[in-house]
Design a protein around this ligand. Structure first.
Ligand code: KG4
Ligand code: ZN
Length: 340
């Protein structure tokens, strides 16, 4: 039997300070998340400077908690995995510096992990049977990617957003209808009280690439609808706007994804990223994949939004491939998937 690999994983790319201990990539021994959302809410979005300062204040406490929840000490570990991009540079630097310091002090291998690879690998944690190849839709605050996962660590991006990411559109529309930050969960909740067919918002197609997304036209259509109502002095239903907007986003994500799975001839499909925790999106994919005979995988909501367990899962497969980072590891805010 192969020796177990236990990694401490650290994630600080945006507004969650997170640490986890993960065994063999799929067994989460602890998963601690300190969410800064409440701090940023009053500003209507993440303030990078505040995020970095909070990370530095919280990170030791979060790591200490992750080790103690897992019942492990640094001496029990086989390596440290850390998100080094993409994300906010000041925020990333806190996690990267911390991981380098622990790696140096404890003599442990260091593995720099791509944040989006982490989101994709979150699927391995609860779906023990999931193995590549499969198609994965990554929809987060900063990314909307359709990815062919050829093998562990081998990714091909076949579709991306031309403008706003799906989560960004949720956040902007939520702000426009006065729901505040973060928009995704609030629109998700309010949509349950609205009629998704009340307003015909556009479903954009991108002529050059059938798998690419564009959400800025939809966002403008929602803003125009609200302005139009206000100018006419008409009341509008916020719940109907939320539900109709959400359905427009989901329709496009589902159509593009299912088309890709079929065109590429795969039988497995997974979702990842903050938007993947959307309840209606999950129901729609489950129903549609069921009809098409496609096996559908999704992480629990807590593993969809930012966390370190997913970084431990991705870090494990990078570790197995022999990936090791040096002490010159730096934060790379615009890191591309598949790049080192
Ligand atoms: O993956 P994530 O936690 O952070 C990034 O890597 O960006 O994603 C955050 C994004 C935010 O835009 C948030 O509004 C969206 O995910 N989100 C949701 C839901 N929960 C979070 N969008 C729709 N429905 C949700 N339930
Ligand atoms: Zn993320």
């Amino acid at each position: 039997m192969e020796k177990d690999v236990v990694l401490l994983a650290i994630e600080s790319s945006c507004d969650e300070t997170a640490a986890a201990v993960v065994k063999n990539g799929r067994e989460v021994l602890s998963n601690v998340i300190y969410s800064q959302i409440a701090l940023h809410t009053e500003f209507g979005g993440v303030v990078p400077e505040i995020a970095s300062r909070k990370h530095i204040e919280k990170i030791n406490q979060v790591i200490g908690q992750a080790l103690s929840d897992a019942g492990r000490s640094l001496a029990d570990l086989d390596g440290i995995a850390v998100t080094y991009g993409p994300g906010l540079v000041g925020a990333l630097l806190v996690g990267v510096s911390e991981a380098k310091a622990i790696s140096f002090a404890a003599g442990l291998p260091l593995i720099g992990v791509h944040h989006i690879e982490g989101h994709i690998c979150a699927n391995y944690i609860e779906n023990k049977d999931l193995e590549p190849p499969f198609v994965c839709l990554v929809a987060s605050g900063g990314h909307s990617h359709l990815v062919v996962v050829r093998d562990y660590g081998k990714y091909e991006i076949i579709g991306r957003t031309r403008d706003d990411a799906a989560g960004e559109a949720f956040d902007k529309v939520a702000r426009a209808i006065g729901l505040g930050y973060p928009g995704g969960p609030k629109i998700d909740k309010l949509s349950r009280e609205g009629n998704p067919d009340a307003i015909a918002f556009p479903r954009a197609k991108v002529a050059e690439n059938e798998y690419d997304f564009s959400f800025s036209g939809l966002k403008s259509a929602v803003l125009n609808y609200i302005n139009g109502c206000e100018m006419k002095g008409e009341e509008f239903s916020r719940a109907d706007v939320a539900a109709s907007f959400q359905k427009a986003v989901i329709d496009v994500l589902v159509e593009h994804s299912i088309h890709a799975v079929m065109a590429y001839g795969f039988s497995k499909f997974a979702i990842a990223g903050g938007v993947a925790s959307n309840s209606s999106l999950r129901e729609t994919f489950a129903e549609r994949c069921g009809r098409e005979g496609i096996a559908f995988y999704h992480p629990s909501p807590i593993l969809c939004t930012d966390n370190a367990a997913m970084i431990g899962a991705a870090g494990y497969y990078e570790f197995l491939r022999g990936v090791r980072s040096g002490y010159d590891l730096n934060a790379v805010p615009g890191l591309k998937l598949g790049e080192r």
